[in-house]
Structure formats: structure tokens, C-alpha cells
Design a protein around this ligand. Structure first.
Ligand code: NDP
Length: 297
């Protein structure tokens, strides 16, 4: 194996502790802690795990965590009323509505009801627009975490060829916008892309956000490229009845060719919550009018 392993777990732990270190100064200036409200509707087991870990991480960072659980039977109007209540609550800096929502609730309507200045997930169309035109806003946590790992590894990204595989609103598109803002030459690939291996072979930076286990093969990777694997896919494990997590990249093969690669698990995954805390801290400073140095976090 020749590639360096990009340790997202360590980077995320460091980011979380840097966020936590900045909380006391905010508390002193604003007279309150930064606050994150997380809304969970229904009983989806994966969502329950995510919400629990977000709550724990928020408390560990010294922030206020407001958890709101609505039953599976909650109506769209009830959820919208809760979002409006959180919009109006001054102790809440960030609002996150855990997706997916139960059938019958319009996700777009719910997201567009969140105050864009509290939209720490960066899913509101206003924040997507701000990212596209280069204004201050909130960027979805997973792609921003990928960018942090890339900057940490490569420094200046200007002029590099980047290929993002996947064009979802929460990963692929914002990732491409972030790389464009870094002056990369960006290609967005998707299910209709012709000759994907040839497209990927051009790339100095490959970000795979597809959701297909080990789809990106070793011989698609340009020697020395930096590979960021966003994919989380559960596949059968070595022992009968057991499963394991793999990414969208054939890790063992690609690690022979790439210059650096994120593992799954332990790469991009841990970055998401760390960036959520970072976004909440930034939102708190903005809303309270407390200065935060641009390079502080
Ligand atoms: P989506 O399903 O929304 O998007 C997948 C994208 O991959 C689509 O743009 C699709 O193209 C493209 N695609 C599908 N098949 C192919 C193919 N054969 N060749 C090329 N492109 C293809 O997924 P998400 O963006 O939400 O998530 C992607 C992955 O990242 C998933 O594994 C998810 O679990 C993971 N993830 C991890 C996170 C974390 O680490 N914290 C957070 C978010 C996601 P088209 O648009 O043409 O259909």
C-alpha cells in the first residue's frame, strides 16, 4: 500500500476540540451558550442513532442541545409550527431537521421554512444560492468536511483537476461548488456520464459520493491522486450473518495507486458532526454579533 491514509477521525476530533475551545469566549461575550436544536420525527432507527450522537457531541462541545421528538403520526403542520417556534427562539442558533421525514411530509417545504441563518445543515435554497455566488452562508456539513480534509492534505487546491462523482444536493453539488471556489477545474460525473473511468483518470482529486459499494476501481485512479470516499455502504461481512461498511471506492486497490485516500469507516464519516458543531458556532457568532476570526475555525 503506497497511499497515505487520511485520518478523518483524528481530524474531526481535533476540529471538535477547537470548536469547544472557542465556546467559553462566546459564552462570555453573548451571555449564553451556542444552541443547536435537532428535530426527529418518527422512529427510524438510523435517524435515532444520528440524533443521539449529535446531542452527545453538542453537549461535549459545551453547547446547548435542544432535542425535539415528534411521533411518526405528526402532521406537516405540527412540524412546520415547531420549526417556526425554533426560528423565533433566540437561544437557538442552529436548526437541524433529521431526514428522511415520514411519508406525507414535504421535505422541501420543511427545509425552506427553516430560517436560512439558522440552517446549519446548509440545505435551504438560500444557502445553496449563497454558496453558488460566493456569499457568506452555511454549507452542507459532509462536503465542507471533505474540503477541510483536502486543504489539510494538499494546501492550495488552485488549478487542480477535481472530479466529483454524484450530483446530489447534499453532497455532490455543494462539493463541486466548494472545489470551484478553490479554483479547481471541476467535473461533476453522474449516472449518465460516458466513460466514467476515463473521466476519473484525469483527476488530481476524486470525490466519490455515489452510494455504490466499491464502484470506483483502482485502475480508474491517476497515480498520486487524492481520493475522498464519501460512500457508506453496508455489505455482507466475512462471517455469515455479519455485515461491514465499505465506501464507493475499492479501497485496497486504490490505496496502491493513490497518493492519499480516506478509509471507510474513519474517513469522511466523522467529519459530518464535527462540521455541524463548527457551523453552529459560526451561526451563534453571526446571530449574536460576536466577532469570530475568519481563520479561527
Ligand atoms: P444520492 O443517492 O442522492 O446521489 C447519488 C449520486 O450518484 C447521484 O447523483 C447519481 O447520479 C450518482 N450515481 C449513481 N449511480 C452511478 C453510477 N453508476 N455512476 C456514476 N454516478 C452514479 O446519494 P448522496 O449524495 O446522498 O450520498 C452518496 C453516498 O454518500 C451514499 O453512500 C451516502 O450514504 C453517503 N453519505 C455519507 C455521508 C457521511 O459520510 N456523513 C453523508 C451523506 C451521504 P444521478 O444523479 O444521475 O442519479
Amino acid at each position: 500500500m503506497s497511499a497515505d491514509i487520511i485520518d478523518g477521525k483524528a481530524f474531526a476530533a481535533n476540529l471538535r476540540s477547537r470548536v469547544a475551545d472557542l465556546v467559553p469566549a462566546f459564552r462570555a461575550a453573548a451571555g449564553r451558550a451556542p444552541g443547536l436544536a435537532v428535530v426527529l420525527v418518527g422512529e427510524d432507527p438510523a435517524s435515532q442513532v444520528y440524533v443521539r450522537s449529535k446531542h452527545k457531541a453538542t453537549i461535549e462541545a459545551g453547547m446547548e442541545s435542544f432535542e425535539h421528538r415528534l411521533p411518526e403520526t405528526a402532521t406537516q403542520d405540527e412540524l412546520l409550527a415547531l420549526v417556526r417556534q425554533l426560528n423565533a427562539d433566540d437561544s437557538v442558533d442552529g436548526i437541524l431537521v433529521q431526514l428522511p421525514l415520514p411519508n406525507g411530509i414535504d421535505e422541501n417545504l420543511v427545509i425552506s421554512t427553516i430560517d436560512p441563518d439558522k440552517d446549519v445543515d446548509g440545505f435551504h435554497v438560500t444557502n445553496a444560492g449563497r454558496l453558488a455566488v460566493g456569499q457568506h452562508g452555511y454549507v452542507p456539513c459532509t462536503p465542507l468536511g471533505c474540503l477541510m480534509l483536502l486543504r489539510d492534505r494538499l494546501g492550495n487546491l488552485s488549478g487542480l483537476d477535481a472530479v466529483v462523482i454524484g450530483r446530489s444536493n447534499i453532497v455532490g453539488k455543494p462539493m463541486a461548488q466548494l472545489l470551484l471556489a478553490e479554483s479547481c477545474t471541476v467535473t461533476i460525473a453522474h449516472s449518465r456520464t460516458k466513460d466514467l473511468p476515463a473521466v476519473v483518470r484525469r483527476a488530481d482529486i476524486v470525490v466519490a459520493a455515489v452510494g455504490r459499494a466499491e464502484m470506483v476501481k483502482a485502475d480508474w485512479i491517476k497515480p498520486g491522486a487524492t481520493v475522498i470516499d464519501v460512500g457508506i455502504n453496508r455489505v455482507p461481512g466475512a462471517e455469515p450473518g455479519k455485515t461491514k461498511l465499505v465506501g464507493d471506492v475499492d479501497y485496497a486497490g486504490a490505496a496502491e495507486i493513490a497518493g492519499a485516500i480516506t478509509p471507510v469507516p474513519g474517513g469522511v464519516g466523522p467529519m459530518t458532526i464535527a462540521v455541524l458543531l463548527r457551523n453552529t458556532l459560526v451561526a451563534a457568532h453571526h446571530r449574536a454579533g460576536v466577532a469570530l476570526a475568519a481563520d479561527a475555525i
